[in-house]
Design a protein around this ligand. Structure first.
Ligand SMILES: Cc1cc2nc3c(=O)[nH]c(=O)nc-3n(C[C@H](O)[C@H](O)[C@H](O)COP(=O)(O)O)c2cc1C
Length: 191
């Protein structure tokens, strides 16, 4: 089953390498347990993966609702789909906010300027406004390169379960894995 696990991480690694080429796994849907106890799902950009550690990373605004939700219940589920290949990857894991200033700073500096604009917004995500324009940062001088850094949050997900589904025309196959003591265990299941 090692080749299936390697394939999953290779597809996720390609997704996280969007600076080179965007792949079907660059955007994932991330589901959390809402503050009201119900499921909440949204799109995130996969920013990094570590196949060895079985973890991945995404960026978000520390003021967003998902950060509050994950603070209360760190369980998270992520889903990606390659519609052309007929491959679905479902992940379950536990999220942690990265505290290290050095790590946050390094990824902030590696990010493209346009992807950091959202962190400079005066109002927290989800704040009611009279019109969309009200959310835009006021035009003016070129912002300080660190403006908004205080809102920049790195979320690492330690993946604990993988559900891989291949519904390509010649091959209907599904495999489930879970991580124990740093190794993946699992096998085929019926699709
Ligand atoms: C293409 C696309 C990519 C997105 N990438 C991210 C992302 O990487 N991080 C993020 O926090 N929100 C991202 N969003 C916005 C989220 O889907 C969501 O609307 C926002 O984070 C607020 O979610 P929340 O209220 O559940 O925290 C993206 C949205 C789209 C459409």
């Amino acid at each position: 089953m090692r080749d299936v696990i390697d394939r999953v991480w290779s597809m996720l690694s390609a997704g996280a390498n969007a600076a080179a080429t965007r792949s079907p796994f660059t955007m994932l849907q991330a589901a959390t347990v809402g503050l009201d106890g119900g499921p909440k799902v949204r799109t995130i950009v996969l920013r990094g993966v570590s196949p060895e550690a079985g973890s991945l990373i995404f960026h978000t605004d520390v003021r967003s609702e998902k950060v509050l939700e994950l603070g209360k219940d760190p369980r998270i589920s992520l889903l990606g789909c390659d519609l052309d290949a007929g491959i679905q990857i479902r992940l379950e894991g536990v999220a942690r906010m990265v505290d290290s200033l050095e790590e946050r700073m390094a990824l902030w500096k590696l990010s493209r300027p346009h992807s950091l604009i959202v962190y400079r917004a005066q109002l927290a995500p989800g704040t009611p406004i009279a019109s969309p324009e009200e959310a835009h940062t006021a035009p003016g001088n070129t912002p300080d390169s660190m403006a908004g850094f205080e809102n920049f949050c790195l979320v690492t997900v330690d993946v604990q379960k993988i559900d891989y589904l291949d519904l390509s025309p010649n091959r209907h196959a599904r495999a489930k894995f879970c991580r124990q003591d740093g190794a993946w265990h699992g096998g085929w299941v019926t699709p």
